[in-house]
Design a binder for this molecule. Structure first.
Ligand code: BEZ
Length: 388
């Protein structure tokens, strides 16, 4: 659905409403969307925004018929610009609520800023453990995951498959470090050993020397964290180096989510763990996928789901305060308590405000990450260091 159609839907809803004129005249809710529109994570930002807008345009998507105005900032996945960018939304644009972002390093700066300003923040992707750990706050909720969660589930799966020696490879920032930490924790608890950690700075994609090192180490299994454009190149290079035939991977699901058309044959058969699988055969997921494809003329991925669920959280909060977004405490309490009827399956938030959710084992088939089972049921991030 394009913006015009959304505006039209809102206008029709308003015209047919039997609400008092005073209510109709209420100011719009200002949503600050801080997402990447450029760089290796650009497509992830688009999918999140599309998912968010899809839910908002559904009947009841904006309770009390409050219209939404979006203020968008391209954060470029650049932590060095994050504080300035988020402060523009808070201080210059005076937004009511912020939705963002993808990159953990940028999101950490956002969390610090909203802890000061009190602005409600919904995190629709970035997994930085600290956001629902030491930096947790009543005004921060997450509709996605903590980095620890999918990594931990990959470790459980790799150990269950009987692998003993693993190499981890990842971008050396919070998302990669914490995903690999989760993997190592579960894998070593299950009897395995991580024999080597290979890293490169975000968003570098010069994998060759590291792939040569994997070939030399001859591990039983490789765990990886990359996403977006970087993940496309990693999977293709892994295959071109001949490693796909010799060293299996059990990876964080972001390596193969939203990337499969570009990865093509190189991705086929890769096992990964994540809180979504494309072919979850539930009425909720089927309806979501159909509506998303009709509206945006593309297939949804995990990022679209997280954006859709971020809007569901906002909607639950708005419902509780009858559209009065200025009632921050009640809005935040309702978002924290909400049970979200997600395309991934229903979930609620932990006391630290991170989703408690099933993590699925998936296998790449064609352009889908197909469901192969539940890797870990109702996995809650430990929320270490949160004092809520
Ligand atoms: C992160 O930086 O937290 C992240 C980025 C892309 C996919 C998943 C996590």
């Amino acid at each position: 659905m394009n913006i015009t159609r959304i505006a039209l839907a809102a206008a029709i809803a308003l015209a047919s409403a039997s609400v008092p004129l005073a209510a109709q005249a209420q100011a719009k809710i200002k949503v600050g969307l801080m997402l990447p529109a450029t760089g290796t994570f650009a497509a992830l930002g688009t999918a999140i925004e599309n998912g968010f807008r899809l839910y908002v345009a559904e009947p009841g998507g904006t309770p009390a018929r409050r219209e939404i105005e979006f203020v968008r900032v391209d954060d470029e996945s650049d932590p060095s610009k994050a504080t300035d960018n988020v402060n523009k939304l808070i201080k210059r644009d005076n937004v009511d609520v912020i939705v963002g972002t993808v990159h953990s390093g940028v999101a950490l700066a956002m969390a610090r800023a909203v802890r000061e300003s009190g602005t409600p923040l919904i995190v629709p992707n970035a997994g930085a453990d600290a956001i629902t750990g030491p930096l947790c706050a009543p005004n921060i909720v997450r509709s996605s995951f903590s980095n620890w969660q999918p990594g931990f589930a990959s470790g459980v799966m790799a150990a269950q498959k009987g692998y003993k020696r693993a190499v981890t490879i990842y971008w050396n920032y919070a998302a990669g470090q914490e995903s690999a930490k989760g993997f190592t924790e579960a894998f070593e608890k299950g009897g395995g050993k991580v024999i080597k950690e290979l890293t490169l700075p975000f968003p570098n994609v010069e994998f060759q020397a590291l792939l040569t090192e994997i070939a030399a180490q001859k591990p039983d299994v490789v765990f990886a964290f990359f996403a977006g454009g970087g993940a496309v190149k990693f999977v293709k290079d892994y295959d071109a180096a001949g490693l796909k035939k010799t060293v299996p991977m059990v990876v964080s699901g972001f390596v193969t989510d939203g990337t499969l058309e570009a990865q093509g044959a190189s991705a086929q058969g890769i096992l990964s763990t994540l809180h979504y699988a494309d072919n979850l055969d539930t009425p909720r997921n089927n309806a979501f996928r159909k509506a998303y494809a009709l509206t945006w003329k593309s297939q949804p991925d995990v990022y679209s789901v997280q954006g859709y669920d971020a809007a569901q959280m906002l909607s639950a909060g708005l419902k509780a305060v009858k559209g009065d977004i200025k009632q921050r405490e009640a809005l935040q309490a309702a978002m924290a308590k909400a049970v979200i009827d997600s395309p991934r399956g229903k979930f609620n938030l932990s006391p630290q405000r991170n989703p408690v959710q099933d993590i699925y084992l998936r296998e790449v088939k064609g352009v889908n990450n197909e469901f192969r089972g539940v890797a870990v049921k109702a996995l809650a991030d430990p929320g270490r260091g949160c004092r809520l």
